[in-house]
Design a binder for this molecule. Structure first.
Ligand code: IPM
Ligand code: MG
Length: 363
């Protein structure tokens, strides 16, 4: 029997529409092979939503996403909207959809593909074999804490305020995702905080330690965030799964991503307790190369694979996509961001065609 999935597509801004088109083609190809039907519906978010409706996250978009089986997002943002106040910027749309859909857990894998070891800015022996999963808390911490704002405390003197806060239950629920993720991977969990300075981090660490006895098979360690940043560059292979708060996770996941050579390769999953998940590349909207057929669509395509694996429970379909990505890389196809000597430089579209060809011939 054919399975039907309703997928909301959020192309967003910049290179978004180019890369999401490739992911849609890939999904359509897979669907034919595995007796799946995807019903795609596009919606507005980010700068394109601001231009069309005046808001970065129109209410209809959030409604539609909530009623889908999964959401595939490309990227948001661009120079055009940089001067707007924070609450009206494209980024507010992204934060709004994360909060509005209750997507508190952000899974960001940083896995180095053997074909791309030389694309890393670090030495081969440091990065070869790196396979890290960053589990980032996504709907709390300093991104959402109150009070927040810019206040004029005395005439002529403004004060900018954000609040880094976590409740025990927020730490517990992301902590559990961390332990469970580690359990399915290498069995090691490193919790990252700044508990030598921040009270919120002290609570974080205490709560994580309290959870540990429930996961005796997982080896738990702790690092301060500054040390974690250093260790990621010094010897990344010591890490298996990292669990951390919203801001630290934002920063560390970019650093981990760069170990793999290009942020253009990395997908991510945003999950809640129930309801649809949202899947998006870790990279941004790259306005400098938008519309030029230069973008690397692989992070978007791998996000579609994560959608199949974590959102729709279709691991066989996810495997096929991941395999096709390996095959195009083996065949030497490279977009500009991962180009190296002797490889075949292709644009976004041609990379997509190469993927489809591999998928079609591996039925
Ligand atoms: C990310 C991005 C976002 C974040 C921005 C665009 C709001 O950097 O997804 O990592 O800070 O979470
Ligand atoms: Mg970021």
């Amino acid at each position: 029997m054919t399975k039907h999935y309703r997928i909301t597509l959020l192309p967003g801004d910049g290179i978004g529409s180019e890369i999401i088109a490739i992911a849609v083609d890939v999904l359509k190809t897979i669907a034919k092979q595995l007796d799946i039907e995807f019903i795609f519906q596009e919606a507005l978010i980010g700068g394109s939503a601001i231009d069309a409706t005046g808001e970065p996250l129109p209410a209809e978009t959030l409604e539609q996403c909530r009623h889908s089986d999964a959401v595939l997002l490309a990227a948001i943002g661009g120079y055009k909207w940089d001067d707007l106040p924070n609450a009206m910027r494209p980024e507010a749309g992204l934060l709004g959809i994360r909060a509005g859909m209750g997507l508190f857990a952000n899974l960001r894998p940083a896995t180095i593909l053997p074909q791309l070891v030389d694309a890393s800015s670090l030495k081969r022996e440091i990065v070869e074999g790196v396979d890290i999963m960053v589990v980032r808390e996504l709907t709390g911490g300093v991104y959402f804490g109150k009070p927040k704002g810019i206040f004029e405390t005395e005439p002529g003197e403004k004060r900018g305020v954000n609040t880094m806060a976590y409740t025990e239950s927020e730490v517990e629920r992301i902590g559990r995702v961390g332990f469970e993720t580690a359990r399915k991977r290498g069995g090691k969990l490193c919790s990252v905080d700044k508990s030598n300075v921040l009270d919120v981090s002290q609570l974080w660490r205490d709560r994580i330690i309290k959870l540990a006895p429930e996961y005796p098979d997982v080896e738990l360690s702790h690092l301060y965030v500054d040390n974690a940043a250093m260790q990621l560059l010094r010897w990344p292979k010591q890490f298996d799964t990292i669990v951390t708060g919203n801001l630290f996770g934002d920063i560390l996941s970019d650093a981990a991503a760069m170990l793999t050579g290009s942020i253009g390769m990395l997908p991510s999953a945003c999950l809640g307790t129930s309801g649809p998940g949202l899947f998006e590349p870790v990279h941004g909207s790259a306005p400098d190369i938008a519309g030029q057929d230069k973008a690397n669509p692989l992070a978007q395509v791998l996000s579609a694979a994560m959608m199949l694996r974590y959102g729709l429970d279709e691991p066989a379909a996810a495997d096929r996509i991941e395999q096709a990505v390996q095959q195009v890389l083996d065949a030497g196809y490279r977009t500009g961001d991962i180009m190296s000597e002797g490889m075949k430089l292709v644009g976004c579209r041609e990379m997509g065609d190469a993927l489809i060809e591999r998928l079609e011939s591996s039925k």
